[in-house]
Write a protein that binds this ligand. Sequence first.
Ligand code: FES
Length: 101
Amino acid sequence: MTKTLVANITDIAPGTTKQVAFEDEDILLCNVGGTVYAINDVCTHDGGNLDQGELDGCEIECPRHGARFDVRTGEVKALPAVIPVAIYRVVREGDDLFLEV
Ligand code: FES
């Protein structure tokens, strides 16, 4: 198990997102009511960048064709995507946010 510091909680207000680079991937950190979740920043439908989409509660909407994903689980909540988006484990220590793989 490795843990990598990727952000500080003060950089991501509740209801907003922040893109970070992690192991050659773009990862999107999503602050849902003070809890931060991490998903792959690439829509599984056709590669849209989810950081350009809107975080609505615990769902993010792809700006390209409107697919929605639950950022807590990666589950698809609206078509046209059918494949879940990858999620990552976030560990918070104080104000520091780590991704753990
Ligand atoms: S690329 Fe995201 S819905 Fe099509």
